[in-house]
Design a protein around this ligand. Structure first.
Ligand code: NAD
Length: 449
């Protein structure tokens, strides 16, 4: 099939590349000229495990193209995906200006005798499909009596559930595909398009547009709730002397609860959870519903991002001036270079405002941080360089390579054998044996010195 993907960021590039991988002819459109130039010359623009290999293969085999022109991009395509940003507006609602802007442009380009399916893959509030349809119709109609446009296109809501860091696997073998549409024609075509991705039997779930739109917000908000719940349990563990690892294992073995998403830490970040929880809360309010849990989830998360700070300050007798901190991890989670809403950035701001300095290391995200905050912090060549002459180590992202480091080397490089771990990477008994003072989340501090 000939497919267009409008918006070539994390979701658009993965979507386009994976559809090309199953033999489709895909054109990705983006307004960012430099991004399109890079991609057209075979350079990948994001770090996502496994993506580069299939991106290069499909581009070489002529199934993956890039353009800045929407008109060129949609030529001959029957299926057009919108993978556009939906950032928060001033009130915390999803800003639909990118989606509706492209919908309006599409309206001016459609032809009555060339049926197309326009699919929203962005995360959008309930009712967006109707708005997209309206925007397309308004710009397609040349005059008040210009009729027949309703049959020229169908709108589908097809939310994306991929996780950064494992996006290719998630896209190639999705747990489920959600397709929200009332059009039988669209259902059939999308069933064919997604067929190769669900051969193992995972379902394609067909529903109406509104339910599909809400499904995505409900999924992300539920997962964020699970994280904030565990972070509160961790807080309580610290107060009463319980161990959150034990509690996590104790509850996770119950099938109704499940083992995943029960790890406490310094809060969730990224481009999705923070804005989606907020947008669901705001849009609920506009529907006269006060979604109380979501307000609590957001408050807990904001507080959690700085949960380590009082512990750090207490150790240094409330004076961080002139102290140098090594920071392991900048990305909002491992296996991505995405730093949007990363808890590490909140920690950096807090430390710097206390007069401390920070030397950070992240395997993939340092360039993005440099672009955002430049020389506000120092950047290390590797995880051990960051430790040199530092008064303490703070762990902010659970990259695999941080999990079994050379503890003797770490001790010799740090001024104090002191670790504040925001991701519970290390075993407390091991830390004790290795002679570290070690503080983590929801577990007793150990003092091996
Ligand atoms: P992104 O910011 O990485 O990419 C968006 C792209 O759209 C950018 O390259 C931008 O230049 C381009 N763009 C903006 N206006 C355009 C226009 N008029 N024409 C063409 N291109 C345009 O965003 P993303 O992370 O890929 O997210 C896209 C949507 O998918 C959001 O709604 C997000 O909530 C949702 N989503 C994201 C993820 C994720 O893990 N990142 C997962 C599921 C869903």
């Amino acid at each position: 099939m000939k497919i267009t993907v409008v918006g070539t960021g994390y979701v658009g590039l993965v979507t386009g590349t994976c559809f090309a991988e199953t033999g489709n002819d895909v054109t990705c459109v983006d307004i960012d000229k430099s991004k399109v130039e890079k991609l057209s010359s075979g350079q990948i623009t994001i770090y996502e495990p496994g993506l580069e290999k299939i991106f290069i293969r499909n581009e070489k085999e002529g199934r993956l193209h890039f353009t800045t022109s929407l008109a060129d991009g949609i030529k001959d395509a029957k299926i057009i995906f919108l993978a556009l940003p939906t950032p928060p507006d001033g009130d915390g609602n999803a800003d639909l200006k990118y989606v509706l802007g492209v919908a309006k442009d599409l309206g001016g380009l459609l032809k009555k005798d060339e049926y197309k399916i326009i699919i929203d893959k962005s995360t959008v509030p309930v009712g967006t499909s109707e708005k997209v349809e309206k925007a397309i119709l308004e710009s397609a109609r040349k005059s008040a009596d210009d009729e027949g446009w309703e049959d020229a296109f169908d709108i589908v809501s097809n939310p994306e559930f991929l996780r950064e860091g494992v996006a290719v696997d998630d896209f190639m073998k999705p747990d489920r595909v959600v397709i929200g549409t009332s059009s039988e024609k669209a259902k059939k075509l999308l069933g064919e398009l997604y067929g190769p991705f669900v051969r193992q039997g995972n379902p394609i779930i067909y529903m109406d547009e509104k339910s599909a739109e809400l499904t995505k917000y409900a999924a992300n908000s539920f997962l964020a709730t699970k994280i904030s719940f565990m972070n509160e349990i961790a807080q309580l563990c610290e107060k009463v002397g319980a161990d959150v690892d034990m509690v996590r294992r104790g509850i996770g073995s119950d099938d109704r609860i499940g083992k995943r998403f029960l790890f406490p830490g310094i809060g969730y970040g990224g481009s999705c959870f923070p804005k989606d929880v907020q947008a669901l809360s705001r849009s609920s309010r506009e529907s006269n519903y006060d979604f109380k849990i979501l307000e609590a989830v957001m408050q807990v998360n904001e507080k959690q991002k700085l949960h380590l700070l009082p512990k750090i300050k207490a150790w240094f007798k409330e004076d961080l001036k002139g102290k140098k901190f090594a920071l392991w991890g900048l990305a909002f989670k491992p296996n991505t270079d995405d730093i949007r809403e990363a808890p590490a950035l909140s920690m950096i701001n807090a430390l710097i405002s206390e007069g401390a300095t920070v030397t950070a290391f992240d395997p993939e995200a340092m360039n993005n941080v440099k672009k955002e905050i430049g020389d506000k912090i120092n950047y290390a060549e590797n995880q051990y360089d960051a430790l040199e002459d530092a008064h303490a180590l703070i762990v902010a992202t659970e990259w695999s390579e941080f999990r079994t480091p050379d503890f003797n080397k770490m001790r010799s490089l740090l001024i104090n054998p002191l670790i504040f771990d925001g991701r519970n990477l290390f075993d407390t008994a091991v830390m004790q044996d290795c002679g570290f003072h070690y503080e983590s989340i929801g577990r007793k501090a150990v003092n091996g010195q």
